[in-house]
Design a binder for this molecule. Structure first.
Ligand code: NAD
Length: 355
C-alpha cells in the first residue's frame, strides 16, 4: 500500500496504543504528536522514536508537520473542540470513541463529517477484534437464522486512572454508557443490521470510586448497569456491565440466539462457539498474531482498524465506521442514561432521537 503520514493528538494511554500499532504498519508513517501534558509528551515521544516531532500545541503541529491523517485520542470532552479545529486543515480524521460527550455535540460533528472533503472515521473498533470479526462473519452468512435475542456481557476491573483524572466525572466522559458502552451498542447495531427503538436501563456506582475525592468532589460514574433494548428488527438485546467483577482482567461474552441455534464469542479466550438446535456443534479458537496482540489492550482491534483506515485513506473510499455510527452510539448511551434517571423506558425514533 502507498505511504501516508500520520499525527496523533492526545498521547496518553490510547495515543500510545496507536503509536505501537502504527509501528506495525510501515506504510502509515507517524511523523508528529501533540499533547499539552509534559509527562505524556515525554513518555509517548520516547515510544514514538526520535524521528517523530513532539508538540504541546496541536494547531502548531498541524501547521508545521502537515500530516495526511490525524488520530485524535484526547479526552472525550475535548473531541468537540479538537475535531472542529483540526477539520480546518482538511486532513483525514480518526477520532477515538465516543464521538462527543453529548448528543448535541455528536450531532454537530456528524453534520461536519457529512460535508467533510476527506475521510472521517470514528474509532468504534470492537468489530475488528479477530474473534468478533469471525462471529459477525458467520452471523451475517445466516448460520443462526433470524436472530431473536442478543446478549453482551462485560465483566472487568474498574476504570483506570487517566491524565488529570478526567474519566471520574460524567461531564467529561458523557457517562459510562456513552464513554465505554458506545462500543457495545455499535456492535449490536452492526451485528443485527438494525437500530434500537426502545431502551430501558438500570445502573449505579455501587462499589468503585466511592471513597475517591477530586478537589473535594466524589466521582459520579456508573460501575454497573443492565440495559435492555428492543430493535426495529424485533430482536431483544441486553447489555450487562460490571466493573467490579475482578481486579485484573476483562471478560466479554457476546451471544445471539436465532431460530437455528446459538452463536457465541468469548474474549479473551478468542473462541467462537456454535450450538445448533439440529446438526453438529462446533467451536473454533481464532488466532491473532502475537505482535498484534502485544501492541495494545484491545485484542488486535486497534491494528486491524488502522489497517482498514489506511486502506480507505489510500483508496479514497468512505469510512467503515462513520460519524453517523458515532452519533448513533452516543444517542443510545444517552437514552440509557435518561432511562436510569427517570426509571422509565425511552423510545427512539428512526434517527435515534428521543425526547
Ligand atoms: N478504542 C478504545 O477502545 C479506547 C480505549 C481507551 C481510550 N479510548 C479513548 O481514547 C481517548 C483518550 O483516552 P486515554 O485513555 O488515552 O486517556 P489518557 O488520559 O491516558 O490520555 C489522554 C491524553 O490527552 C491529552 N490531552 C488532554 N487534553 C487535550 C487536548 N485538548 N488536546 C490534546 N491532548 C489533550 C492528555 O494530556 C493525555 O495525555 C478517549 O476519548 C477515550 O475514550 C478509546
Amino acid at each position: 500500500m502507498e505511504t501516508r503520514t500520520y499525527a496523533i493528538i492526545g498521547a496518553g494511554m490510547m495515543g500510545r496504543e496507536h503509536i505501537a500499532n502504527l509501528a506495525l504498519l510501515p506504510e502509515a508513517k507517524l511523523i508528529a504528536l501533540a499533547d499539552p501534558d509534559a509527562g505524556s509528551r515525554k513518555w509517548s515521544g520516547k515510544a514514538a522514536g526520535e524521528d517523530v516531532r513532539v508538540f504541546s500545541d496541536y494547531m502548531e503541529m498541524m501547521r508545521e508537520a502537515k500530516p495526511d491523517a490525524v488520530i485524535i485520542a484526547s479526552p472525550n470532552f475535548s473531541h468537540i473542540d479538537v475535531v472542529t479545529d483540526i477539520a480546518k486543515f482538511g486532513a483525514a480524521i480518526l477520532v477515538e470513541k465516543p464521538l462527543a460527550t453529548t448528543v448535541k455535540d455528536a450531532r454537530f460533528l456528524a453534520q461536519l463529517a457529512k460535508s467533510y472533503p476527506n475521510l472521517f472515521w470514528i474509532g468504534l473498533e470492537y468489530r475488528y477484534m479477530p474473534p468478533i470479526a469471525k462471529f459477525i462473519d458467520v452471523l451475517h452468512h445466516g448460520l443462526t437464522g433470524p436472530v431473536k435475542m442478543l446478549s453482551f456481557r462485560e465483566h472487568r476491573f474498574p476504570f483506570l486512572p487517566k491524565v488529570g483524572d478526567w474519566n471520574r466525572f460524567s461531564e467529561n466522559t458523557g457517562g459510562t454508557l456513552v464513554e465505554k458502552c458506545c462500543h457495545f451498542f455499535d456492535l449490536m447495531r452492526y451485528a443485527l443490521q438494525s437500530d434500537p427503538i426502545r431502551i430501558y436501563a438500570t445502573g449505579g456506582m455501587d462499589v468503585n470510586h466511592l471513597t475517591e475525592r477530586y478537589d473535594g468532589r466524589t466521582p459520579d460514574i456508573l460501575d454497573n448497569a443492565y440495559v435492555v433494548l428492543d430493535f426495529a428488527s424485533g430482536t431483544r438485546a441486553m447489555l450487562e456491565l460490571c466493573m467490579f467483577a475482578n481486579l485484573t482482567h476483562q471478560e466479554e461474552r457476546l451471544h445471539v440466539v436465532g431460530t437455528e441455534g446459538r452463536l457465541s464469542v468469548s474474549i479473551p479466550e478468542a473462541i467462537v462457539d456454535w450450538s445448533p438446535l439440529r446438526g453438529e456443534p462446533w467451536s473454533e479458537k481464532i488466532e491473532t498474531p502475537k505482535d498484534v496482540l502485544a501492541a495494545g489492550d484491545h485484542h488486535g482491534a486497534t491494528y486491524f482498524q488502522l489497517r482498514d483506515f489506511h486502506d480507505a485513506l489510500v483508496s479514497g473510499r468512505g469510512p467503515t465506521l462513520s460519524a453517523q455510527d458515532g452519533l448513533w452510539s452516543v444517542k443510545i448511551g444517552a437514552a440509557a442514561h435518561r432511562s436510569i434517571e427517570t426509571g422509565l423506558p425511552v423510545s427512539l425514533d428512526e434517527n435515534g432521537d428521543f425526547t
